[in-house]
Structures are given as structure tokens and as C-alpha cells.
Design a protein around this ligand. Structure first.
Ligand code: NAD
Ligand code: TYD
Length: 339
């Protein structure tokens, strides 16, 4: 199969590119990526050595570029990761999220309609379900939970999901959708909680915890997410939505304290700062459907995955030191300077 991974130079997309190259030597993998601030060719350095891999720079919201790629490459499968993915940025600049995450989706789907596709897989998020209250640990998101979004980011992802469902029904595009909880692992851009805290702690900087750090996320090691998507591509049923998550709930403060403990640093580095506007309280996935129908289970428990992740950042200083030089410093000053 010829598989186009859009957004394959970002965090999860790049992990998925490596997952495919390692587990499916019979497939040819193309990364189609605009290389925004979140895309990084350094991450794909090893993939570029593989004869089964090709990189194409392109924007999913640019119809001409997308059609050209479809015409030339004739992909069998699109795995759609490309997105503006950070909630804090969506609060600052919603429109960019609408362009990439909604217009980009419609352009990709139009291309599938025009040129044909065997499978379009939409990588979505549990954030489309909104949040759960902190005092109801018995509640979980299932595939039947109503869409109910909180941030411009989650609203744009929910819109994309609805477009995929509309194109399935109207134009018979063979699609699947997965909605995953928070990922962590190698190549994670340090604007998100876990890599930001690891890097700040390594640099002896304060760790900015929003509010009182009581919000809960359901953490999934990125490789487990990649395995789930791969399974959906090969064994999933067209038209279906699959939730992906593994009962690894932690409060933000617990996550930050765990990182400090692994690094042998003191909790005095923690600094409580003004909360994110509209910050979702708790995400928690019920993965029963993907477990029972496709036999997926996450392999990595949070306590092991977080140690592996910290070790990766310790071993790959070059990667993140380049990432945080330049524009990242302006971002950091703007978001955290007067918080
Ligand atoms: P990321 O921000 O690390 O990477 C996004 C990638 O998309 C980058 O390589 C960027 O260059 C590329 N991109 C952005 N705009 C583009 C455009 N217009 N055209 C082509 N490429 C473009 O994101 P991530 O964390 O790897 O997330 C990947 C996907 O998974 C997203 O769709 C996100 O909504 C979803 N998701 C993420 C998480 C998570 O915890 N990170 C959880 C659930 C779902
Ligand atoms: P984030 O990694 O942005 O993911 P999500 O899309 O789930 O919001 O943030 C996870 C949680 O961590 C969220 O409640 C916001 C909080 N947070 C902090 O406390 N400090 C930070 O510097 C960041 C980036 C996030």
C-alpha cells in the first residue's frame, strides 16, 4: 500500500511514520507536511534513509498542492494527522485553526472524492467530547458521547470529524475516525505539558502549572496510539469511530511531580500560574470498543512511559535544544512572561 501520512513531521505523525517503516516493510510511506513551527525534518532524518519513504512539503489547505500530490502519487490510504494542535495557541489565534483543521479537511476529502481512495483515516481527539467533572470518576467518554467542545482547537477538530462523516454518507468516502486521549513520548514539541516540564526542569527553569494543577488527562504512550491506528487501518470497519485511551489518568500536578522525581529535582521549581481560559477539567476514555472489536490494548503504563520519555529527552538534547532556540523563545515569553 502507498500510505500518505499528513503531518508526519510532527509529534505523533513522525512516530507513526517510524511505526509503519518498522512494522510494514511492504508499504511505501509518504509524509506530506507543511513544516509549520511544529513540523521538524530533523525528526525524519532516519526515515529519509529508508527507500520506502518519501517527504513532500505541502499544505493540506492548498487545493492545488493537494491535488498535485494525489495525481502524482496515487495514494491508497491517507492517515490524516496534520493539524494545528495546541489549545493555548487556538485561544490566541482561532482563525488559523479553522483554516488548517476545517478547510484542510475539506480539501483532503475533495481530493479523495476526485481521485479515489481506499481508506481515509481521521486522527481526532477526545477533546471533541468536551470535559467530565472532577467529582465523577465513574464517567468516561464512549463513542456515543455527544460532541460538546470547549476550545477553538476542539471545535475545529469536531468540525473536521463531522465533515468526514458527511463525506462518508454523501460521497461514500471509505473513512474511519479515531479519538485519542493525550499522547506523550519522543519528539513531542515542548509547548505541551510533559515535554515543556521536562525541558524546563533540565534547564533549571520554573515549571508553570496552570491553576492548582487539578485538571486530569488520560495519558497514552505515543507508540500505543500508533499501534491502534495501524490496527484500525487494517482491521477496522469503514464508517466507524474508535476511542483510544488506556485508563492512565493523572492530575497535571501529579504528572509534574513525577517528572521532577525522575530527574531528582525539587518541587520548589513548581510555580502556579493563571489558568488557561476554559481549561477542560477531565478527559477519560472508555476504550471498550477498540479492545473488544479489534483486540487492542495499550502496552505501556504511565509510570514506565514517563521514565522512557524523560530518558529520551536526556538522550536527545540536540533535538530539543534546536527546537527551543529561535521563535520558541518569543512564544514562551508571550505565553508565560506575565502569567
Ligand atoms: P503536532 O502539532 O506535533 O504536529 C502537527 C504537524 O502537522 C506538524 O508537522 C505540522 O507541520 C503539520 N501541519 C500543520 N499545519 C499543516 C498544514 N496546513 N498542511 C500540512 N501540514 C501541516 O501535532 P500532534 O500532537 O502530532 O497531533 C497530530 C494529530 O493528532 C492532530 O490531528 C491532533 O489533533 C491529534 N491528536 C493529538 C493528541 C496529542 O496528545 N498530541 C491527542 C489526540 C489527537
Ligand atoms: P496540554 O499538554 O496543552 O494538552 P491538552 O490539549 O490536554 O490541554 O495541557 C495539558 C494540561 O496541562 C492542561 O490542563 C493544561 C496544563 N498545562 C499546564 O499546567 N502548564 C503548561 O505549561 C501547559 C502547556 C499545560
Amino acid at each position: 500500500m502507498k500510505i500518505v501520512v499528513t503531518g508526519g513531521a510532527g509529534f505523533i505523525g513522525s512516530n507513526f511514520v517510524y511505526y509503519l517503516l518498522e512494522n510494514h516493510a511492504e508499504d511505501f510511506v509518504i509524509c506530506y507536511d507543511k513544516l509549520t513551527y511544529a513540523g521538524n525534518l530533523e525528526t525524519l532524518k532516519d526515515a529519509q534513509e529508508n527507500p520506502n519513504f518519501k517527504f513532500i512539503r505541502g499544505d493540506i489547505a492548498d487545493r492545488e498542492q493537494v491535488y498535485k500530490m494525489f495525481e502524482e502519487e496515487k495514494p491508497d490510504v491517507i492517515v490524516y494527522f496534520a493539524a494545528e494542535s495546541h489549545v493555548d495557541r487556538s485561544i490566541e489565534e482561532p482563525e488559523l485553526f479553522l483554516r488548517t483543521n476545517i478547510i484542510g479537511t475539506s480539501v483532503l476529502l475533495d481530493a479523495c472524492k476526485k481521485f479515489g481512495i481506499k481508506r481515509f483515516h481521521q486522527v481526532s481527539t477526545d477533546e471533541v467530547y468536551g470535559d467530565l467533572p472532577l467529582d465523577r470518576p465513574d464517567l468516561f467518554f464512549t463513542e456515543k458521547t455527544n460532541l460538546h467542545t470547549s476550545s477553538p482547537y476542539s471545535a475545529s477538530k469536531a468540525s473536521a470529524d463531522l465533515l468526514v462523516q458527511a463525506y462518508m454518507r454523501t460521497y461514500k468516502i471509505p473513512a474511519t475516525i479515531s479519538r485519542c486521549s493525550n499522547n506523550y513520548g519522543p519528539y513531542h514539541f515542548p509547548e505541551k505539558l510533559i515535554p515543556l516540564m521536562i525541558i524546563n526542569a533540565l534547564n533549571g527553569k520554573k515549571l508553570p502549572v496552570y491553576g492548582v494543577g487539578a485538571n486530569v488527562r488520560d495519558w497514552l504512550f505515543v507508540e500505543d496510539h500508533c499501534a491502534a491506528i495501524d490496527l484500525i487501518l487494517r482491521k477496522g470497519t469503514v464508517g466507524e469511530v474508535y476511542n483510544i485511551g488506556g485508563h492512565n489518568e493523572r492530575t497535571n500536578l501529579e504528572v509534574v511531580k513525577t517528572i521532577l522525581k525522575i530527574l531528582g529535582k525539587g518541587e520548589d521549581l513548581i510555580e502556579f500560574v493563571t489558568d488557561r481560559k476554559g481549561n477542560d477539567l477531565r478527559y477519560a476514555i472508555d476504550p471498550t470498543k477498540i479492545e473488544t472489536e479489534l483486540g487492542w490494548t495499550p502496552k505501556t503504563k504511565f509510570d514506565d512511559g514517563i521514565k522512557k520519555t524523560v530518558a529520551w529527552y536526556l538522550d536527545n538534547r540536540d533535538w530539543w535544544e534546536k527546537v527551543i532556540s529561535g521563535e520558541y523563545q518569543n512564544y514562551y515569553a508571550k505565553m508565560y512572561g506575565n502569567r
